[in-house]
Write a new protein. Structure first.
Length: 288
């Protein structure tokens, strides 16, 4: 029934939102123990895990001939999806190093209207006025959340605001392109096949980028038990995120996915309260 379908996609969306919160927390904990920052290396392990798990499943379920026939027809879409996903991860992480937290939070919301626009033209999605109102309401909640952070003094100064803002806009746009392209593909092809090729091309693209950018820093990484543990935790949570997201794209849309994960910042506050002893004010409840 309609209400059961809505409850299902609502729960899936909040599970993915919790996954994003968990990756942020684990990344922060990694930063405490790592002597160098390696965003490409963290993402590389995720893409490699997706490939190792889902490519054998794809070959088993579809057979080598069907897999080969499909990739010959659709490989530009898979390469594009993987490329914008890899670069989205890279530019968003880099943006936090240059611009202020306020700018990052504001510009990161560009993903949502970008997905709406892309869905309108690429997927031919049409929205009712109530759906548009819902998008605006969610963005209003994000605005309250940002105000709460600023009132609590959680902002930090920008090192290079222009560069950081540009990086965040590029990253947010890449995420929108990745989400919309994945929805386009997964509505035509099985979930496991879509994720398998995302892992395959993502591993190659991310691996090349990692070798160029992070080769020297990777050699300086000290492998303590904390670094190993938090890295494994990060990769497993991201694996769950990439596994479940295509189901939500098929059951609902990339737009609903991006609306759902806006609550990740609120869940982050819960983690911050108990792990970092931050204060939660009433405005955060209104934002949620």
């Amino acid at each position: 029934t309609d209400w059961r379908h809505f409850v299902l996609i609502l729960l899936l969306g909040q599970l993915l939102s919790l996954c994003i919160t968990s990756t942020s927390v684990l990344s922060n904990k990694l930063a405490e123990y790592q002597n160098v920052t390696l965003p490409n290396f963290q993402s590389f392990l995720v893409y490699a895990l997706l490939f190792v798990v889902y490519m054998p499943l794809t070959l088993y379920r579809l057979g080598p001939r069907k897999v080969w026939a499909n990739i010959k027809r659709r490989f530009p879409w898979y390469i594009f999806m993987a490329a914008v996903d890899v670069e989205g991860n890279y530019f968003v992480i880099k943006a936090y190093s240059y611009t202020s937290l306020l700018s990052c939070m504001l510009l990161d919301t560009w993903t949502l209207p970008c997905v709406v626009i892309l869905s309108y033209f690429l997927l031919r999605a049409r929205y009712r006025w109530m759906q548009i109102l819902g998008v605006l309401l969610c963005l209003g909640g994000m605005g309250l959340l940002i105000k709460g952070d600023m009132d609590a003094g959680k902002n930090y100064k920008a090192v290079d605001a222009v560069k950081g803002d540009i990086f965040m806009l590029i990253g947010a746009t890449c995420y929108a392109l990745s989400n919309t392209t994945e929805e386009f593909i997964v509505r035509k092809r099985p979930q496991y096949e879509t994720v398998a090729w995302l892992g395959f091309f993502g591993t190659i693209i991310n691996g090349v980028q990692m070798g160029i950018i992070e080769h020297d820093r990777l050699s300086k990484l000290v492998w303590t038990k904390e670094v190993v543990g938090y890295t494994i935790g990060f990769d497993l949570v991201m694996f769950v995120l990439y596994t479940i997201a295509p189901f939500l794209f098929r059951l609902s849309s990339a737009t609903f996915y991006n609306l759902s994960i806006l609550t990740s910042d609120f869940y982050g506050l819960i983690f911050a309260k108990y792990m970092f002893h931050d204060t939660i004010t009433a405005i955060y409840g209104g934002a949620f």
